[in-house]
Ligand binder design. Sequence first.
Ligand SMILES: NC(=O)c1ccc[n+]([C@@H]2O[C@H](COP(=O)([O-])OP(=O)(O)OC[C@H]3O[C@@H](n4cnc5c(N)ncnc54)[C@H](O)[C@@H]3O)[C@@H](O)[C@H]2O)c1
Length: 382
Amino acid sequence: MSERRSLRVELGARSYDIVIGTRLLAEAGGLIAPVVRQKRTIIVTDENVAKLHLDTLRTGLDQGGIAHQTIVLPPGEHTKDFPHFGKLAEDILALGIERGTPLIALGGGVIGDLTGFTAATLLRGIDYVQIPTTLLAQVDSSVGGKTAIDSQHGKNLVGAFHQPVLVLADIDTLATLPRRELLAGYAEVVKYGLIRDRQFYEWLESAGPKLVAGDADARREAVLKSCAAKAAVVAVDERETGERQLLNFGHTFGHALEAETGFGDALLHGEAVALGMRLAFDLSAELGLCPKDAPARVRRHYAAVGLPIELSQIANAKGFKPEDLLRHMGKDKKVRDGRITLILARDIGDAFISRDVERDRLLAFLAAETGAKPRIGALARD
Ligand SMILES: NC(=O)c1ccc[n+]([C@@H]2O[C@H](COP(=O)([O-])OP(=O)(O)OC[C@H]3O[C@@H](n4cnc5c(N)ncnc54)[C@H](O)[C@@H]3O)[C@@H](O)[C@H]2O)c1
């Protein structure tokens, strides 16, 4: 039986707990009751998650004496757009809410971001509880209070910092997650090791394959470590002016790949981050900033768990143009004063922020990468 663990995100009056373990949906009522002002909630979820986990949550809320209504949205990134946000806000208002009525986000990062943003704006800010059901949402998007929807000008461009009042990361929900989605979330777990925690990375090198295969203890441990790492960074830099930028490791390269592939099924966000982190290690080694064996070690771990390594593994990749990738990198939110902010590495577990890489050097690196030959088979698919 997997034990239950709890962590606190220290943000003064906005501090909150992250509970990690099994059977949390079934006991949600008792866990939520102490942190909400009204014993009534509105659950926001998507169709996939509703089929699999909504009944368990409803029963758990009933048992804790919390009344609930539910809004079910279509799954997928396109649900994070203005029309869905507008309709969700109107539907919630139609149900009649007060400042003390909390929302519950039951789902992956899409539901978490959209529900969080809606909570940030309704009545100028109401409470919400995150119940993340993807590995990516459990280790990343549900913690830290970044909420957003997408604009036609780009992803996550309209948003707010709005912290949840509680996060319940129920490891049981990961059992129904498609393998490809699980791996995409695993990339964010690897990120915490690669940026700041070599020991954790070494643990992942041995535990990663069994975690991916379904080992509940390994999953709980990885979610706990990842949330602790994110909580520590958020506590010192809530609004991403310094340290929190390290969490964007792999994201500037990754964002360019996502933009080129249309932010769709061809390349999931976590897969893009995995590729981006591998690129950042290779670039760091080429620039003489980190030992040559570090990128090789990253590749070995990716191969062991099934993460993509080469750009040529992206489904339907018709060949990327280095200039196009660089243009997208230049549009990333992380550009400051026209210089691309890159997160590079001195070694495994030692990432740092750099604005020193010249445009031409980056272009040459991308040119070599986009001509790269596949080294392992196609992306893992269900
Ligand atoms: N706010 C942040 O700090 C932050 C950080 C990283 C990513 N994000 C955002 O997160 C989003 C991606 O999140 P995601 O990867 O969780 O995607 P997602 O929410 O689209 O979920 C992926 C798919 O898995 C399904 N699903 C969810 N839980 C399931 C379960 N337990 N069993 C079976 N299927 C399940 C969903 O219906 C969906 O089809 C992006 O919009 C990204 O911008 C936000």
